[in-house]
Design a protein around this ligand. Structure first.
Ligand code: HAM
Length: 418
């Protein structure tokens, strides 16, 4: 028997209302903030992510699904959405549009991670990107938007974690300070951190190994090493957040796992805490579009993980709108009635009524049981007599009542609450 690949799952019909609810809240939030939907392909030239997300990141180095297609092109299943959106922005000349260009996406992303709770090989993201504006007010608006999205879902119990990791100008000196701090402590940290010290010192700060915690905690802070422009940007952002009355927690160890970030980085964490539980994250990436060959264009955005959101909704028993059951079940007895039932079903559907017509030649009792299991209260029963008379026996299951009605009146009766 085949099973879904490790780290992937089927989104079953009973879970669909949660997903539709999250997507509806996402679309609604985007409408309120002026973002328009863009659906990039699920695979791209692998080079896009190598260049965009960064060669030295875990995502590119260890987690990307890369394959050669039959034409010999090196493609990758997208591990995230930002690089794709920036590629599409350039490809479609959106830099000629009024700025910022605000775009959003909802769809799957793929990372070859070790599957565990909240961490999958296929997950789904709702993400937004605002391109072409470096104003810190936009950072504040994007953070407000992320927060409001969770409030609209009924998951208000979230916290915003914030940091600034500087820019091309100030980061090299900060990384030097970090290296100088870690070098004499190299023996105190884990093997992974020793590699990070050489390859990607910023990631030393978000190591999860217990032994590395005190070292990382006391490490130099990027916010203390910002150039005047980055410092002014960070100060302005915090003032805007205070103006918006958005509570946030500054965390000098928040660095994020993608290389493109500059200045602002943030995460939205669920009330239940634990780094693993980030519901969403994002930040500014002012060099990414130039890195991909475009004109210098600042950008900022965030993405959220839909599996984690759905798990949160279930855990907190947030009520989501149920899918409505079909309005009518048509049961029938005999060959002639089977034809009449199919015809009636087709007519009612064309008039916009959701109908299930019994199939499988089961007994009337079994057909009624099926209607019950489907949660359908109205059942039209057609037998030989009804076919001849042009009527149906309309039964209301919950009330155990029934009446004979002409077929022509059925629509009207179903439309009016019975
Ligand atoms: P990210 O933090 O890597 O950022 O992913 C965004 C969110 O996707 C995470 O906060 C988490 O909820 C969810 N997520 C990530 N990986 C997994 C996984 N393996 N299983 C389940 N959920 C997962 C980005 O992808 C950036 N592109 C966000 C961004 C947009 N930055 C600027 N604009």
């Amino acid at each position: 028997m085949y099973r879904a690949p490790r780290g992937t799952s089927d989104i079953l019909p009973q879970d669909q209302p949660f997903w539709r609810y999250v997507e509806a809240r996402a679309a609604d939030t985007c409408r309120l903030y002026g973002y328009r939907r863009l659906d990039p392909p699920v695979f791209e030239d692998a080079g896009l992510f190598r260049r965009g997300v960064g060669e030295g990141t875990d995502i590119v180095e260890k987690e990307m699904y890369v394959f050669l297609d039959r034409g010999g092109n090196s493609l990758a299943l997208r591990p995230e959405g930002t690089a794709s959106v920036c590629r599409a922005y350039l490809e479609h000349g959106m830099h000629h549009q009024p700025r910022p260009v605000k775009l959003y996406y909802i769809g799957p992303a793929f990372r070859y991670e070790r599957p565990q709770a909240g961490r999958y090989r296929q997950h789904h993201q709702f993400g937004v990107e605002a391109l072409g504006d470096a104003d810190p007010a936009l950072d504040a608006e994007v953070i407000d938007m992320a927060r409001q999205f969770f409030v609209s879902l009924g998951l208000g119990d979230t916290s915003i974690i914030l940091n600034s990791i500087g820019c091309r100008q100030c980061r090299p000196a900060y990384l030097e300070a970090l290296r100088a701090y870690y070098a004499p402590r190299a023996r105190e940290v884990c093997a992974d951190c020793q590699v990070r010290l050489r390859k990607n010192p910023l990631r030393l700060l978000d190591c999860k190994t217990p032994g590395c915690q005190p070292v990382a905690e006391a490490a130099p802070k990027s916010a203390d090493h910002l150039c005047p422009d980055c410092a002014a940007h960070f100060t302005a952002l915090k003032q805007y957040l205070e103006g918006l009355q958005i509570p946030y927690e500054e965390d000098h160890r928040l660095v994020r796992g993608l290389d493109y970030y500059t200045r602002t980085v943030f995460e939205v964490q669920s009330g239940e805490a634990g780094r693993q539980s980030a519901l969403g994250g994002g930040g500014r990436y002012d060099d990414l579009i130039a890195e991909l060959g475009g004109p210098p264009t600042p950008g900022i955005g965030f993405a959220t993980g839909l599996e984690r959101i759905v798990a949160g909704l279930k855990k907190q028993a947030v009520p989501v709108p149920a899918e409505p059951a079909p309005q009518l079940f048509i049961a029938h007895i005999g060959a002639e009635a089977a034809v009449a039932a199919l015809k009636l079903g087709a007519t009612l559907r064309r008039a916009g009524t959701a109908v299930i017509v019994a199939t499988g030649g089961r007994s009337l009792k079994a057909q009624l049981r099926q209607a019950n299991n489907l949660g359908i209260d109205h059942v039209a029963i057609i037998g030989e007599d009804e076919v001849r008379a042009g009527t149906v026996t309309l039964r209301r299951m919950a009330a155990s009542e029934q009446e004979t009605v002409p077929v022509g009146r059925l629509l009207e009766l179903l439309r009016a609450p019975l």
